[in-house]
Design a binder for this molecule. Structure first.
Ligand code: GLP
Length: 240
C-alpha cells in the first residue's frame, strides 16, 4: 500500500480530484467504483466544479456504487441512489443509464445481488474510490465478512447503524440490512484509492495498514491488492 498524508483535507481532496480527472482523461470510457458517506462529498463537489469549468467530460464514464440500504428506494432521501443523483450525477453529464447502484427495493434480493456481481465481473472497475467505517468496514462489509464474499445482503452492525444514525431522524429508522459488494468484488478493481479524514478513523487506518490481514478488520484485505493508494489527513494518520 502506498500512503500519502496531507496537511489538511482540502489539499487531500484537490489531489484526489486531479487523480480522478487524469484517469478519466487517460480513458474516457473508464468504469469508476464510487462510495457514499460523508467522505466523498468534497470530491464530488470538486468534480462538479471541474465539469462546469470544462475540465472533465463524463459522457462515456460508467459508475458502479458499492452498496445500498435494503428497503430504501430511489426517492427516499437516505437511499444511496438518491444521494448519488443529488450529490453528483444530476450535476454532471454522465449518462444515468451507465450509473449503477444496487436496488434495495428489489423483490428478489438474491437475484439482484447475483446480477450486480455479474455486472462487476463484466464491466471491471478501473478505479475504485473507498471510504472506511470506524470499525474498518469497507462498503458494508462488517468485521467478520469473508474475504471471499461477493455482492450479497448483509446485516448492519450496531456501530455502523450508530455511525449512520446522524443522517436519519432516529436510530430505528436506520435500515438493519444492506446490499453490499463483497470484499472479493472490491479487490477485482484494477486500482483502489481509499480516503480517510478525521481522528475517528485513525484506529481503523492503523489496523488496516499495520495490523494483521484478518477478516475482523475488513479493510486489511486491501493489503492483498497490488495497487492501493491511501490518502489521509493528519488526524486520520495520527496513529501510524
Ligand atoms: C458507510 C458506507 C461506506 C463508507 C462508510 C464511511 O456506512 N457504506 O461505504 O465508506 O460508511 O462513511 P463516512 O464517509 O460518512 O465516514
Amino acid at each position: 500500500m502506498k500512503v500519502k498524508v496531507f496537511d489538511n483535507s482540502a489539499l487531500l481532496y484537490d489531489y484526489l480530484c486531479e487523480k480522478v480527472i487524469s484517469k478519466i482523461k487517460e480513458n474516457p470510457n473508464i468504469t469508476l467504483g464510487l462510495p457514499t458517506g460523508s467522505t466523498p462529498i468534497p470530491l464530488y463537489e470538486r468534480l462538479i466544479q471541474a465539469y462546469i469549468d470544462h475540465k472533465v467530460d463524463f459522457a462515456n464514464v460508467t459508475s458502479i456504487n458499492l452498496d445500498e440500504y435494503v428497503g430504501l428506494g430511489p426517492t427516499h432521501n437516505q437511499s444511496y441512489r438518491y444521494f448519488m443523483d443529488n450529490t453528483l450525477f444530476d450535476h454532471i453529464n454522465i449518462n444515468k443509464a451507465n450509473t449503477f447502484v444496487p436496488n434495495g427495493m428489489a423483490k428478489d434480493l438474491k437475484q439482484e445481488c447475483e446480477n450486480y456481481h455479474n455486472l462487476l465481473v463484466l464491466k471491471k472497475v478501473d478505479l475504485q474510490i473507498l471510504g472506511i467505517g470506524t470499525n474498518a468496514h469497507i462498503a458494508f462489509n462488517e468485521p467478520g465478512s469473508s474475504f471471499e464474499s461477493i455482492t450479497r445482503v448483509v446485516p448492519l452492525s450496531k456501530s455502523t447503524r450508530n455511525d449512520n444514525r446522524r443522517f436519519f431522524k432516529k436510530l430505528e429508522d436506520v435500515p438493519k440490512k444492506a446490499i453490499s459488494m463483497g470484499i472479493s468484488d472490491i479487490l477485482l478493481a484494477k486500482k483502489i484509492i481509499i480516503v480517510a479524514v478525521g481522528s475517528h478513523k485513525a484506529e481503523a487506518i492503523k489496523n488496516m495498514i499495520q495490523g494483521p490481514i484478518t477478516e475482523e478488520v475488513p479493510a486489511s484485505a486491501l493489503q492483498m491488492h497490488s495497487d492501493v493508494l491511501v490518502l489521509l489527513d493528519q488526524e486520520a494518520a495520527k496513529l501510524l
